[in-house]
Structure formats: structure tokens, C-alpha cells
Design a protein around this ligand. Structure first.
Ligand SMILES: Cc1cc2nc3c(=O)[nH]c(=O)nc-3n(C[C@H](O)[C@H](O)[C@H](O)COP(=O)(O)OP(=O)(O)OC[C@H]3O[C@@H](n4cnc5c(N)ncnc54)[C@H](O)[C@@H]3O)c2cc1C
Length: 466
């Protein structure tokens, strides 16, 4: 692949303030939230499209000149998804950030991809509507990035993933052609489902330039809760029981005792350093009856403490969980996470996976805090090791990989919500087998025959170096 020539940039017909080759701008686009400095890769040029026409022109020219193009948004990705590992163009989508139309009568909104998740909900407030599947990073991540990774969050247990709320997309293919995929109708049986193919494709198949999203009514009643347990395995079993019993829970998160200690240290808090479940309930009526039902299931597991609240008490109850991403990063001065762990397994295997991780932590003598969206079988973990100690770091990386492979072996997936990016490519064959990966590669080759869109992501390398 070649780097963008001055002729290519001239052919794009962009204003001077729509592209940059300065070191500062290239550096800003060389990494995402979890990229270690040694793993950053700068693009040759950053381009800020302002319309579908701009995106189409960039992709058509890039295909003609064989230049890689990597879509880039808020860079909150955790798998190097937006890092332009082969250089070329970083296509920064953040200037395309308008709300185009709200249709309350259909419960739909049309947005450009650079809009932040929280901005969607702000625009919907006066209609009593909201977009429910936002990830925890909903106020710092764009809807384009969320679509591209099929993000999900703490409310997935009730509302599903971002992809479940996408109705129609306008996308630009590698050759610059503009295609509408999906429909604004509630159901369809029409042809191949290209919309769901684009969702989760991490900018490797097309660039999203407009999205029609489905919406829900804001619930009249909300409550939150926090439950302290004696062991994480008991907490995980209780969480699985709550979901299996059909409690209408909107969020159900767990943290282990090490994660609780990290939250305390970060917040200067006084929570018990014990495993905890965090719950949220949404309803239009009968929320207290639902909580009573939940309590009957919790009682089977002898919790050490159970608290429920509404209004401002909700925020207080959830504070430790909310701050955990920063708290884990801040805890050790001499140890780093080898990579952000993000696994999902069938609910019945959740307690087994947690037990497996904790046993491995003892056996390998490495701290591994666990937390996550237990209600949907998603677990986050970090294997902490000292990067300056070669042997310990290698042990940490190997431990991380062993855990991911065990989750896949349990019938789960190597990534519940962060996507494959470059970090999880090595597990694609474990999870999908050779024929599965071959089928994915055939789709990639059909839509992007020159391989210009976000190369070096999702699919593992093949012998010819692609
Ligand atoms: C504190 C924190 C908490 C987080 N919590 C969650 C969570 O609860 N759930 C979750 O799922 N994730 C979570 N994440 C990860 C991250 O926020 C998501 O992956 C998010 O969807 C990325 O959005 P972004 O705008 O930052 O995209 P980027 O990181 O900039 O890009 C992500 C991917 O999207 C592609 N892309 C971006 N825009 C487009 C477009 N218009 N068309 C095509 N491709 C595009 C990029 O090429 C890249 O592959 C968290 C991250 C942080 C830092």
C-alpha cells in the first residue's frame, strides 16, 4: 500500500482546514484509549469529512491510489480498533455530528455518526424518549464508533445491544459508492441483511455516514440497588439466578473484592472490600413489586448487605462501579494491564469462568480484578503485570490468552462488546474456525477488493501478508 501523494490530496478537493499532516494531528490519531505508547501508529494524513460526498470522494480516490483509510471517531476504543496500523488516511468522522430528524410518532431519530451517545439522549429529552443501549462510555463515544463495534452497556440485559436498535444506515463503500441498508419499517424479510453485516464491522467494510435509530419511552420509575456478598462465585451464581428467574432488571453488574478495593482507593471510599452486585430497575408501574421479587431470589444466597434507593441515592449506590475503569488504571504504580479483558459466556457458565480466573490468578501469582455486565454474561478483567519485568509480563500475557481461550471453549466469545480490532485477531480462528474466517474474508474481499478499509483489523493475517 502507498502513502497519500500530494496528487491524491489535490484530487480530493478539500478545504485546507479539512486535512492535516502536522505531527500533532497525526499523533492524536495514532492511538485509542487502551493503546500503549509503544503500539501507537500515526497516519500519514488526517482528513475531516463534513458530508457523505466528502467521504465518498476520499474513498474513491484512496481506492484508485491504493491508500489505506481508517475511520476514526472519539478514540475510546479498547482494542486499537481505530489505530491506522498501515498508515494512510485517518478519516476523522467527528465533524459529522448533527441530529438530522426526530420522528417521535415512529420513535425514530436520524443522526450523523460523529454525535456522542449522550447528545442523542439530550436531543430526545423533550419528547420523553431515549436511546437505551448506550455503553458505559456513552458520554465520550460517538454513535458511529458504537455501531462499528456493536457496543453495549450495563442496560443490555433489558434493552439489548446498539445493533438491536439500528434500523437503517447510509454507508459509503470502499469504491466511494453510497448505499442505504436496512429499513425504517419495524420488520423486513427483504434480501441479505447488509445492515447487520455493517454493524460490528469496525470500519473494515464501509463508512457509516447516517443512521436511523429506534427509540424507547423513558421509564416512569427507576430504582438502583447494591448488594454485598461473601464470595464472588456466590455473587455470580445469584446474578445468573436473577436473570434466569425472569426478574425485569435493567442493569446487573458485579465487581470482585480486588475491584472494590481499587474503587475505594480511587474514590477515598469506605465500601466493604467484598464482591458486590449493582442493580437498576426501570418500569412504568410496579417497580417496588419487582424489587421484592428480586429480594426473594437474593435471600437464597445470604447476602451480607442489601440496599435499594431512588433519586440521588441511585448515583451514590453506583459510584464505585461507575469509576472502575479509571480506578483500575490508577491502582498500581509498577504494574499495567496486559490488555482490557472483555469476554462473554452463556449465563450458566458465568460462575465457572469467574472461578477459573480467580484460580489462575492465585496459581500464576498475578492480580486479576474482575467486574462486568453479569446480567448478560459479559465479564471484564485485567491481568496486571510489571512491564519492566520480562518474565512477569510474558506470564501476564500468556495468562490473559489462556483466559480468553477458556471462555471460547465454554461456548463464549473473545469479545462481548469492544470488538476485535487488532488485539483479538489472534483468537478469531479459535472462535470461528478456518471455514468461518474464510467466509468472513470472502465478504471483505467482495466489498473491499483492494483492502483499503481499516486494514490489519478483525481478520488474522494470511500467508500472502494481507
Ligand atoms: C471508560 C470506558 C468505558 C467503556 N465502556 C464500554 C462499554 O460499556 N461498552 C462498550 O461496548 N464499549 C465500552 N468502551 C469502549 C468504547 O467506548 C466503544 O468501543 C465505543 O463504541 C467506541 O466509540 P468511539 O467513538 O470512541 O470510536 P473509535 O474508538 O474512534 O473507533 C472505534 C471503531 O469504530 C470505527 N468507526 C468509527 N466511526 C465510524 C464510522 N462512521 N463508520 C465506520 N466505522 C467507524 C473505527 O474505525 C474503529 O474500528 C469503553 C471505553 C472506555 C474508555
Amino acid at each position: 500500500m502507498s502513502t497519500p501523494s500530494p496528487e491524491l490530496l489535490a484530487a480530493l478537493d478539500l478545504r485546507d482546514d479539512q486535512y492535516s499532516t502536522t505531527e500533532a494531528d497525526r499523533d492524536d490519531h495514532s492511538r485509542d484509549w487502551a493503546t500503549a505508547p509503544r503500539e501507537a501508529v500515526a497516519p500519514d494524513v488526517v482528513v475531516w469529512p463534513e458530508s457523505t460526498g466528502d467521504v465518498s470522494a476520499v474513498l474513491a480516490a484512496a481506492t484508485e491510489h491504493g491508500v489505506p483509510v481508517t475511520p476514526f471517531a472519539a478514540a475510546t476504543g479498547l482494542e486499537g480498533n481505530a489505530v491506522p496500523v498501515h498508515g494512510g488516511v485517518s478519516l476523522d468522522m467527528t465533524r459529522m455530528d448533527s441530529v438530522l430528524e426526530i420522528r417521535p410518532e415512529d420513535r425514530q431519530i436520524d443522526v450523523e455518526p460523529g454525535l456522542l451517545g449522550s447528545e442523542i439522549n439530550e436531543a430526545l429529552e423533550r419528547y420523553g424518549l431515549f436511546f437505551p443501549p448506550l455503553p458505559t462510555s456513552g458520554d465520550i463515544a460517538t454513535i458511529g464508533g458504537m455501531l462499528a463495534t456493536n457496543a453495549s452497556g450495563k442496560q443490555t440485559v433489558k434493552y439489548g445491544k446498539v445493533g438491536d436498535w439500528v434500523m437503517e444506515l447510509e454507508v459509503v463503500l470502499a469504491d466511494g459508492s453510497v448505499v442505504e441498508v436496512g429499513t425504517r419499517a419495524t420488520k423486513t424479510s427483504s434480501g441479505y441483511n447488509l445492515r447487520d453485516l455493517i454493524v460490528g464491522s469496525e470500519g473494515t467494510l464501509a463508512v457509516v455516514t447516517r443512521a436511523t435509530l429506534a427509540l424507547a419511552g423513558r421509564p416512569e420509575q427507576q430504582r438502583a440497588g447494591r448488594v454485598v456478598f461473601d464470595s464472588f462465585e456466590t455473587a455470580a451464581t445469584a446474578a445468573a439466578d436473577i436473570v434466569r428467574s425472569g426478574v425485569d432488571v435493567a442493569a446487573l453488574e458485579l465487581i470482585d473484592s480486588l475491584a472494590a478495593a481499587m474503587a475505594n482507593a480511587y474514590l477515598d471510599g469506605t465500601l466493604p472490600e467484598k464482591p458486590m452486585a449493582f442493580l437498576e430497575f426501570h418500569a412504568n408501574h410496579g417497580v417496588d413489586e419487582e424489587i421484592d421479587f428480586c429480594r426473594t431470589i437474593l435471600d437464597r444466597y445470604d447476602p451480607l448487605d442489601v440496599e435499594f434507593g431512588d433519586g440521588s441515592a441511585q448515583d451514590d449506590l453506583w459510584e464505585a462501579r461507575r469509576e472502575l475503569a479509571d480506578a483500575t488504571r490508577a491502582y498500581y504504580s509498577d504494574r499495567e494491564s496486559t490488555a482490557p479483558g472483555d469476554l462473554a459466556v452463556p449465563l450458566s457458565r458465568y460462575p465457572d469462568l469467574v472461578e477459573y480466573i480467580h484460580a489462575l490468578s492465585d496459581e500464576r501469582d498475578l492480580p486479576i480484578p474482575c467486574f462486568g455486565h453479569a446480567g448478560d454474561g459479559n465479564i471484564h478483567f485485567d491481568v496486571f503485570a510489571d512491564p519492566a519485568d520480562e518474565e512477569e509480563w510474558a506470564r501476564g500475557v500468556e495468562t490473559y490468552e489462556t483466559i480468553v481461550r477458556e471462555a471460547v471453549r465454554m461456548g463464549g466469545t473473545a469479545t462481548g462488546e469492544h470488538g476485535v480490532g487488532r488485539g483479538k485477531r489472534k483468537f478469531m480462528l479459535d472462535e470461528h474456525g478456518e471455514s468461518g474466517v474464510r467466509a468472513m474474508r470472502a465478504i471483505k474481499d467482495a466489498l473491499d477488493p483492494d483492502g483499503i478499509l481499516n486494514p490489519g483489523k478483525i481478520l488474522p493475517d494470511v500467508a500472502d501478508g494481507r
